[in-house]
Design a protein around this ligand. Structure first.
Ligand SMILES: [Fe+2]
Length: 131
């Protein structure tokens, strides 16, 4: 116990207030719907701050049948890759882990307003809002 107190205002666990943490040592991915003190591999992790995507990290969305196909035109080498794609709406959170040499793509069933996330192992977290 670190002795720090956590004050949670997101008591209804609105997933649009999702916080994501990635351990720089082991690559662990942690999702929280509210405030938390998160540590992994002996390190206290700050929540990732999502940025608006630049061209290299833009999350493309295309309708395919009754789902949405997400893709990021980004390198997928061992040194530099998209590590996960995620989708948060008010009542759900979905995350797909990706691996080097694979494709930076997946399918989600988007349901109304939400947020798409792409995490690059070098450049961090990107967020695209779905109106
Ligand atoms: Fe990148």
């Amino acid at each position: 116990m670190s002795g720090e107190t956590v004050s949670n205002r997101n008591v209804s666990c609105n997933m649009l207030r999702t916080k994501l943490y990635v351990c720089p040592v082991c690559g662990n991915v942690i999702h929280c719907a509210g405030e938390a003190l998160v540590s992994c591999c002996g390190i206290t992790l700050p929540p990732l701050e999502a940025e608006e995507p630049d061209e290299e990290h833009w999350i493309c969305v295309e309708q395919v049948e009754d789902e949405q196909f997400l893709s990021v035109r980004h390198p997928m080498t061992k040194e530099h890759f998209i590590s996960f794609l995620a989708y948060a709406s008010a009542d759900r959170f979905q995350l797909v882990k990706l691996y080097p040499e694979g494709n930076a793509e997946t399918r989600f069933r988007l349901q109304g307003r939400g947020v798409l996330y792409a995490f690059c192992n070098r450049h961090g977290l990107y967020r695209r809002r779905i109106p």
